[in-house]
Design a protein. Structure first.
Length: 328
């Protein structure tokens, strides 16, 4: 049983707040919390691209199917402070559990410590968080998601296969400060061949338009170095890079590897605009809902629930598209 975190008039106010929170349904489609129904707060990233839309929709549907009242609270423009405010509100409202998909991997110690004190279990999804406070660490039960390091390793291995004699190229990264960016970079560094040289890494903030602009500048800046590859840390940036490569008359000469596995990226592989796509599977709502259910039922979920992903060359991408298996 959770520790009592409210008393007297404060308890009445907090209880009325929780009723209002459940009544709005937080975007999950549930209008209220029935007797015995558990309420779960979802501190989410919100609109960001094909992966994020598929991931958050899948989580919302899975929790609805599992009988939870999921309260969805997305942020805007990767605003961590909005996420922290939402997290702290969920703690104050006494939800049964919290799902956290963080915009930043640090800065969560105080909020997690409050959750631990209130005995509210927290489940991180997609992105890990770095926690220093020993009490704060107690709040986190499980992390659910694919391996970002694995995805980065696949990118490095593909480039090495494409260019056994070595090559120069670029890396397009996501926003600084995210664990996903660090982990994909770590994976790349784990496996990159010694004769593969990264001329420059730049953030294009997951954006197709920004990646197109950044890539055009890099292609011009390093024209004399004969760049032959681009590793884009997500599909949207890879597609923007492909647009810049095509505009420079280098289609087929500069190979582009991306991560996520969206339908648009698979179509780009088939069309020859991208060389290789590494899936970062967003469909793990059922696994997340099961982990929460297990914890609330008194069981002990695994601390790290890793979701399997695939890789796609042109043949595999065509097969996946023809089968209709892409859900995003």
């Amino acid at each position: 049983m959770k520790k009592a975190i409210k008393s007297g008039l404060a308890a009445v106010v907090a209880a009325s707040t929780l009723i209002g929170l459940a009544a709005c349904g937080g975007g999950s489609g549930d209008s209220s919390s029935d007797s015995g129904q558990k309420t779960v707060g979802f501190v989410a990233v919100g609109p960001e691209g094909g992966f994020r839309t598929a991931n958050e929709n899948d989580i919302k549907q899975a929790f609805k199917d599992a009988g939870f009242n999921l309260v969805y609270s997305p942020t805007q423009s990767n605003d961590q402070q909005k996420q922290i405010q939402a997290f702290n509100k969920f703690v104050n409202d006494g939800v049964d559990a919290i799902i956290l998909s963080s915009t930043e991997d640090t800065g969560w110690d105080d909020s997690l410590k409050k959750a631990a004190e209130a005995e509210i279990p927290v489940f991180t999804v997609d992105r890990n968080v770095e926690v220093k406070d020993s009490e704060a660490k107690k709040a986190i039960v499980s992390h659910i998601g694919p391996s970002n390091e694995w995805a980065g390793e696949q990118a490095a291995e593909r480039i090495a296969k494409d260019f056994p004699n070595g090559a120069n190229g670029f890396i397009l990264e996501g926003p600084a400060g995210l664990s996903v960016v660090k982990d994909r970079g770590t994976g790349w560094n784990n496996k990159v061949a010694s004769n593969i040289k990264v001329l420059e890494s730049q953030s294009a903030n997951w954006s197709t338009d920004e990646a197109k602009t950044v890539t055009a500048g890099l292609l011009d800046k390093y024209k004399a170095k004969n760049p032959q590859f681009i590793f884009a840390q997500n599909d949207e940036m890879g597609i923007g890079a492909a647009q810049a490569v095509d505009a420079a008359g280098l289609k087929g000469k500069v190979k582009i590897v991306t991560i996520d596995g969206t339908e648009a990226a698979l179509k780009a592989v088939v069309a020859g605009d991208l060389d290789y796509v590494i899936e970062y599977n967003p469909i793990f709502g059922k696994e997340t809902a099961q982990a929460v259910k297990d914890k609330l039922d008194g069981k002990t979920p695994k601390a790290d629930i890793q979701i399997e992903s695939k890789t796609f060359d042109a043949a595999a991408a065509k097969k996946a598209l023809d089968s209709g298996e892409r859900k995003y």
